[in-house]
Ligand binder design. Structure first.
Ligand SMILES: Cc1cc2nc3c(=O)[nH]c(=O)nc-3n(C[C@H](O)[C@H](O)[C@H](O)COP(=O)(O)OP(=O)(O)OC[C@H]3O[C@@H](n4cnc5c(N)ncnc54)[C@H](O)[C@@H]3O)c2cc1C
Ligand code: SF4
Length: 339
């Protein structure tokens, strides 16, 4: 049985108290939300905090609401199953509801939160292992070692961003509301959150918390979908995650976006999607031809690495298939790919 290391747990009841504790234990503390990723990682000694600051009692971090302008505010502690089943999220941000609804398994979605999902650590087949296993291999750059086992001679960790909600939030123009005691409140586009460094792939401060996620009101003709390739349909991290937004005006594509996860340390937008699809009519031949072109370009742009489970050549061949099917599903032309 894998045991947790020694640490103390603080249970603040307010956001101010949580921020104060993070500041007081700077660099030695980590926030814990649902704990569904952090606790297994602690068992594997991927992080060794002296203090865990539980956000479970901080009511300011909960709730889902719609503003007068139609924007969604989603508390960082909103559980994923609540995001997936909330009528306002389903109606206004379908790709996000779908992405949240196929994270892991039902039990994990009840514990796991949106904030924890956005802030999820990167994953790699050589790091998400026991300490004993990693030691036998000789550790690696991300923790305790000096080499990368994915890229021979590599000096940069390329562990993969594996959070399903990240690409969905990127296509929706989502923004994080962040707070720290020293820096106060600031907003950051989810697009701007990422670094290409798999050791820590986010531009947040160590003493900062995600308070909420803001999803602006979408176009009146908004459509969205999330497709996911994974080993087991019942529960698994993505081997590819594909979020799609298509905005229609008078039956034609006015704007579109595709973002993907589970390739490299940062989720990425596909290039030229809007220019290729704009002006085409879903259901007509021009749309199908444009979708095929986007899928073909996705194949050129995406080069999965042997960083997460799943043969990288197979994952690459699945890129155009999943991009195509998710684009069609977004406008009701087929079912979205989820296995
Ligand atoms: C078997 C299994 C399968 C899984 N499958 C998937 C999957 O398919 N897709 C997927 O995306 N994830 C998956 N996960 C990972 C995880 O369950 C989810 O990502 C979940 O949403 C994490 O949320 P949490 O609240 O449990 O985060 P926690 O584990 O509590 O925290 C995760 C990280 O975020 C930080 N954090 C949490 N809240 C905040 C905050 N408000 N501000 C700043 N930092 C914060 C923590 O310090 C920690 O570093 C899986 C996990 C398991 C065990
Ligand atoms: S990509 Fe390389 S350095 Fe990063 S976790 Fe995997 S093996 Fe370690």
């Amino acid at each position: 049985m894998l045991r947790l290391p020694q640490f103390s747990v603080q249970t603040p009841a307010t956001l101010e108290a949580a921020l104060g504790l993070l500041a007081a234990h700077a660099g030695r503390a980590l926030p814990v939300a649902g704990g569904t990723d952090l606790l297994p990682n602690l068992k594997h000694r991927l992080a060794e905090p002296e203090v865990l600051i539980s956000l479970a009692g901080v009511s300011e971090l909960r709730g889902i609401s719609v503003g007068a302008d139609g924007a969604l505010t989603l508390g960082a502690m909103a559980p994923l199953d609540q995001i997936a089943s909330h009528p306002d999220v389903i109606a206004r941000a379908p790709a996000l509801a779908q992405a949240a609804g196929i994270v892991a398994s039902p039990q994990i979605r009840r514990m796991g939160t949106l904030g924890g999902n956005v802030m999820l650590d990167t994953r790699c087949r050589y790091i998400n292992q026991t300490h004993f296993w990693r030691k036998a291999l000789g550790f690696c750059l991300k923790k305790d070692g000096t080499v990368c086992h994915v890229v021979a001679g590599g000096q940069k960790c390329v562990a993969a961003a594996s959070n399903d909600t990240a690409p969905a939030l990127m296509t929706l123009g989502g923004e994080l509301v962040l707070r720290s005691q020293a820096g106060g409140e600031r907003r950051m586009k989810v697009d701007d959150l990422w670094k290409t460094d798999g050791i820590f792939n986010k531009k947040t401060r160590l003493d900062e918390l995600v308070v909420s996620v803001h999803v602006p009101a979408q176009h009146a003709g908004h459509h969205g979908a999330y497709g996911k390739l994974r080993e087991r349909e019942s529960f698994d991290f993505p081997q590819l995650g594909i979020a799609v937004r298509i905005d229609l005006e008078a039956g034609r594509v006015a704007d579109a976006d595709v973002a993907m996860v589970a390739l490299q340390a940062r989720p990425l937008h596909l290039k030229d999607v809007a220019d290729t699809l704009r002006g085409t009519t879903p259901g007509a031949a021009d749309f199908v031809a444009a979708v095929d072109k986007v899928a073909e370009r996705a194949h050129q742009q995406c080069h999965p690495l042997p960083n997460i489970p799943g043969d990288p050549d197979y994952r690459r061949e699945m890129v155009p298939v999943y991009v195509r099917r998710t684009l069609l599903a977004a406008v009701g032309l087929g079912s979205r790919p989820v296995a």
